[in-house]
Design a protein around this ligand. Sequence first.
Ligand code: GDD
Ligand code: MN
Length: 362
Amino acid sequence: MNAHPPAHLSVIIPVFREAANVAPLVARLDAALAGLAWEAVFVDDDSPDGTAAAARAIAAVDPRIRCIRRIGRRGLASACMEGFLSVSAPFVAVMDGDLQHDETILPALLAAVEQGADIAIGSRHVAGGAAEGGFSAARGALSDGGAKLARLLLPVPVADPMSGFFLVRRDLVEEVAPKLTGRGFKILLDILLSARRKLTVAEVPYSFRSRLAGESKLDATVLLEFAGLLLDKATGGVVPLRFLSFATVGALGLLVHMAALALLVGPLGFQAAQWGATLVAMTANFVLNNRITYRDARLRGAALWRGLAIFYLVCGIGAAANVGIAGLLVRDGALAWGMAGAAGALITVVWNYAVSSTLVWR
Ligand code: GDD
Ligand code: MN
């Protein structure tokens, strides 16, 4: 006989630096889901504050609680996916681990999906919902702007597409999983935009609470990732997001190069200044790519130095190829210098990207 019935509902809880919120959240789930066969999976990205240990301490005495500890990876959306794909319950929910989402609406979300909705969303923007207290005025305006943009792309009307609180049948997640970008904060939006058919959406109002412990992890990079997600879905994913990010960083690197050159050319003379500027630009590109393009696989410590060394090497070969190819194209009269230069630069960025993706940020 089963001492513990298989879970009917799995609640996936992405957590980063939420140690103080873990136990209170489990107690609240226990009350809100009484009578249901539920389980909760905390997905922690190796938080330095002992979040995983807090979850494991509960798991040691409560078999409904599990914890996935990921090392060397960061990201809310990918943490949610990891959790989804680790469970077998027919219904799965995602909620934040900071007590800002109202767990008492989980039974209503479940009922909506059991009764036929593809996805039930905890919504701040339908009658009875509220976002007050949860966000600063600036953050609220940003969230509204993002939601407006998202609604333009969505095939179905959704009042709160930016919600991080929702419940779906697991088979829907399994179906869309291969198409998700897996990056950034907006897993719900990613699912809505990746489904092959028009989904039926139910929204259940709740009031977004303010945070009591810890702080929000939403930052400028998360916003960039959001813009990238929309772009990716709007263009049908023809150009990989990472490549766009890498190429944009590369273009910024050119500006850095010119600025460094301008500063160094006086004291060092052109030739040495050109070398110096190249080094400065490559280093800036490495830092930006490490923080933005490859944020989810960010290098630290010893791996950082090793990565930087390989990056210099890769870019050095790329630069030589750039000069060489452009030179050939011009010499053979195949292209005018402007086109030849652009062709050289394009080949270089593709080379740098392809090799960096496999050798530097593996
Ligand atoms: N594993 C993991 N990895 N968890 C993360 C990461 C990460 O890189 N970044 C954030 N989290 C966890 C946090 O610990 C928290 O439990 C949850 O994801 C939400 O992060 P917050 O930093 O608290 O986000 P927020 O409050 O600003 O925004 C949230 O609420 C909005 C309203 O529903 C997010 O869920 C938004 O997506 C949502 O729109
Ligand atoms: Mn939060």
